[in-house]
Design a protein around this ligand. Structure first.
Ligand code: UTP
Length: 218
């Protein structure tokens, strides 16, 4: 079974989207074992923005982001009958199978993408499904290129090279943070980046072809 990463942009676009969370979780009730990593969304952006204005350093800003992801993870964990909120990857691995571990960020320096990959590695799972608003990895930055298209497949190594050349914050093509790509490559973990449709999320976890982008671990 795959590790599921719920991007903050889908579960907390401008505050928690309760209707979406309900629809999504209803479709996952029979998918076990399952582990879920939750992003920070608008809450993270609001606090990181405020922290920036107050001139907090990057480490402090990341701590604010982590707190926001954990707030969302607490919400999602509470809405799953056998969901358990945990703070770290080791704790998640310890309960995996007996319960559905739900976690947010862990430490500064990366995003929840990397947490998902580290969790898959710890669990010995070979697939991570990342749910995003943008629905995949584009052939160029869609914010500045309206004709940008979602790639069916891309190699993690190619994304990593681009990220190191242009900087990892250089736009929506870089949906995956560099650490997540490194972990994927060293452990042969496939990443499927998809859009928010609850049926697609279910299908992707069941290994069905649902579109989006497959990031190959090479
Ligand atoms: P997200 O994983 O939601 O980041 O964590 P993101 O990819 O920027 O956001 P979306 O999903 O596209 O909306 C939010 C922030 O929390 C901090 C980082 O600052 C990150 O940008 N964070 C998160 C960490 O420092 N460590 C973690 O393990 C996770």
């Amino acid at each position: 079974m795959a590790v599921l990463n719920l991007g903050g942009s889908v579960i907390c676009p401008s505050g928690p989207d309760v209707g979406y969370i309900q629809r999504l979780l209803a479709g996952l009730s029979d998918i076990r074992p399952l582990a879920i990593v939750v992003g920070g969304g608008s809450t993270a952006r609001a606090y990181i923005g405020a922290g920036r204005e107050l001139e907090l350093n990057q480490f402090q800003l990341d701590l604010l982001g982590i707190a926001a992801t954990r707030l969302n993870a607490l919400l999602v964990a509470g809405a799953i009958p056998d969901g358990v909120f945990v703070e770290g990857v080791e704790e998640a691995a310890a309960v995996y199978g007996a319960a559905v571990p739900v976690l947010g960020g862990t430490e500064p320096g990366h995003t929840t993408d990397a947490v998902s990959l580290l969790l898959a590695e710890a669990l010995g799972e070979e697939d991570v499904v990342i749910v995003t608003k943008v629905g995949g990895v584009y052939d160029r930055d869609p914010t500045s290129h309206p004709d940008a298209r979602i790639l069916e497949e891309v190699e993690a190594g190619a994304l990593l090279r681009e990220a190191s050349e242009k900087g990892s914050t250089a736009g929506a093509r870089y949906v995956l943070d560099p650490l997540s790509l490194i972990i994927a490559m060293r452990s042969g973990i496939r990443i499927r980046v998809i859009g928010p449709d609850p049926e697609d999320v279910r299908g992707a976890l069941l290994g069905q072809e649902v579109g989006g982008t497959l990031v190959l671990p090479r």
